[in-house]
Structure formats: C-alpha cells, structure tokens
Design a protein around this ligand. Structure first.
Ligand code: AMP
Length: 270
C-alpha cells in the first residue's frame, strides 16, 4: 500500500493506470467505508482511498474541529484490505489553485441538507471536483447514507468528467443505526437511543406501504420522535428517490431525516 501526500507523488503513482476505483472519505473508517472499498477492489483494477477532513464543507468551526480523526487506525484497516493507494493530502495540496469548474446550487435543489447547512454541498462538490481532477478515477464509490450528496455529486461529476459514480447501500450496526464516523461521539446510551430511532423509522416505513402519506401522519411521527428520544428534528420529509420531490406515497420514495442529539447532528434515510 502506497501512502501519497504530495501531488507529485500522486501523479507519479497514478500515471498510466486504467480502471482506477476511488473512495473519498473523511477518515475514522468503519464498516460503511469498508463496504465501498471492498466493492472497488472487486470491480476495479486498482483502488485509491482518500482521507481528508474537508474544512470547506463544514458550516460550523466547532463541528470541523471535533470531527473524529483516527489516522493510525485507518491506515491499519486499509493495509489489511490490500488497498493500493491512500491519498492523505494537506489543505494546501487541495486548495493550491482556483478550481476551473464552478458549482452553483440551483434554487430548486435548496432542500434537506442544502437548506439547513448553508454552503455545505458547495464545499463537498468543490472538493470532489478537485479530487477527481487530480485522481482521474474510472469509478467513484459513494454511500446512499448521504443520499442527497450522492445525487448532487453524481449529477455534477458525471456532467464534467468521464468518471462514473457507483452508489453503495447503507451499512447499519446490529442495532440498526447507520454507521457513521460521528457515532464515535456518542456514549453507550446515545448509541442505544439513536439505534431505537432507526428501528422506529424502519417499521414506520413498512406501515406507510399501506397508506397515503398525510401532513398529520408526519407531524404525529415528528412529535413522537422528539418526545421519546429527546432529539431536535431539523427536517423529516418523504421524498422521491429520483428527483427528491415531496412524495404522497412511499413507493419509490424514502424518509429523509436530520436530527440533533446531545449537540451531535445525524442524518439518515429509510
Ligand atoms: P465520510 O467519511 O463520512 O465523508 O463518508 C465517505 C463515504 O462513505 C461517503 O460516500 C458516505 O456516503 C459513505 N458512507 C458513510 N457511512 C456509510 C454507511 N453507513 N454505509 C455506506 N456508506 C457510508
């Protein structure tokens, strides 16, 4: 496994490679990341993982500073998986020049996280453009856990580059909580509580298969979640998986939720 830090080393290591699979991450790797990496190893000739906690996608400095960082452990995991390359750039390596491809979020897309985390996706797409320009992968593996991010990045990257975005299923813990690096900020009781929220929404979705979605059903569920699990809900919406339009029917749709528990922000979709 080659560890690449400088842009020159990256260019040299990747020159002439074809069918390169790329998994962009912010580190603190878990089984969710590992499933993306394994998929790449299976279908690509070589695999590169990046670890970069991208400051421009955090709209809150405190959130950026306390984002979990576990580089030593991450490198152990990647070595065991037999990943070919790990790219660990410093901020200046990524932001050493102006990006030629600019992203502007259309008004109609300012929903869910785009509405509530101002500038977040602009930061995500900017860093994805910079990484894709440098790495030139054939395939980029991304998780459905961050569903809106997946759709926005797929649309923009596939429009501007030849790289294909490969969507990957959300991996959950045994208690149903979606794996996330932020789970490391939870104590045991927090993990149990958030697992119960996930379980609650999985069975709520099943019940929706038989009924039309009304405002009353959604508001009652929001009220119940807040009361039972001591959370603040940022959004709780049911939207179509193709175009993210509000849905009156659970078919071809998902429940999208963002909530705060113990001052930690979680997102999920079911
Ligand atoms: P992050 O390190 O949180 O930026 O995530 C890097 C990639 O891993 C993104 O494409 C995420 O959607 C994906 N990912 C994060 N958590 C999971 C999960 N539980 N299951 C599948 N993919 C995930």
């Amino acid at each position: 496994m080659k560890i690449l830090i400088k842009n020159n080393d990256l260019n040299e290591a990747l020159s002439g490679l074809s069918n390169l699979g790329f998994i962009p991450t912010m580190g603190s790797l878990h089984k969710g990341h590992i499933s993306l990496i394994k998929k790449s190893i299976k279908i690509c000739h070589k695999t590169i993982v990046s670890i970069f906690v991208n400051p421009t996608q955090f709209n809150n400095l405190r959130d950026y500073k306390r984002y979990p960082r576990n580089l030593k452990k991450d490198l152990k995991i990647l070595k065991k998986l037999n990943v070919n390359f790990v790219y660990i750039p410093k901020k200046k390596q990524i932001y050493n020049s102006k990006s030629k491809i600019k992203f502007h979020m259309p008004k109609k897309d300012k929903i869910l996280c785009a509405k509530h985390r101002k500038g977040h996706f602009e930061g995500v797409i900017d860093v994805m453009v910079r990484l894709t320009e440098k790495i030139k992968p054939s395939k980029i593996f991304m998780g459905e856990k961050d569903f809106q991010q997946l759709l926005l990045v797929k649309r923009f990257i596939e429009k501007n580059f030849t790289s294909k975005i490969i969507p990957c299923k959300t991996i959950r813990d045994t208690n149903s909580l979606a794996l996330s690096s932020r789970n490391l900020l939870l104590n045991k009781n927090g993990l149990i509580n958030c697992g119960r929220i996930a379980k609650n929404l999985i069975s709520f979705k099943k019940r929706l298969l038989k009924r039309k979605i009304t405002k009353k059903i959604i508001n009652t569920k929001i009220f119940e979640l807040k009361r039972k699990y001591n959370i603040n809900i940022e959004y709780f919406e049911i939207r179509n998986i193709k175009n993210l339009k509000i849905s009156k029917n659970i078919k071809n749709s998902r429940i999208f939720v963002a909530y705060h528990f113990n001052n930690i922000r979680f997102i999920d979709n079911f």
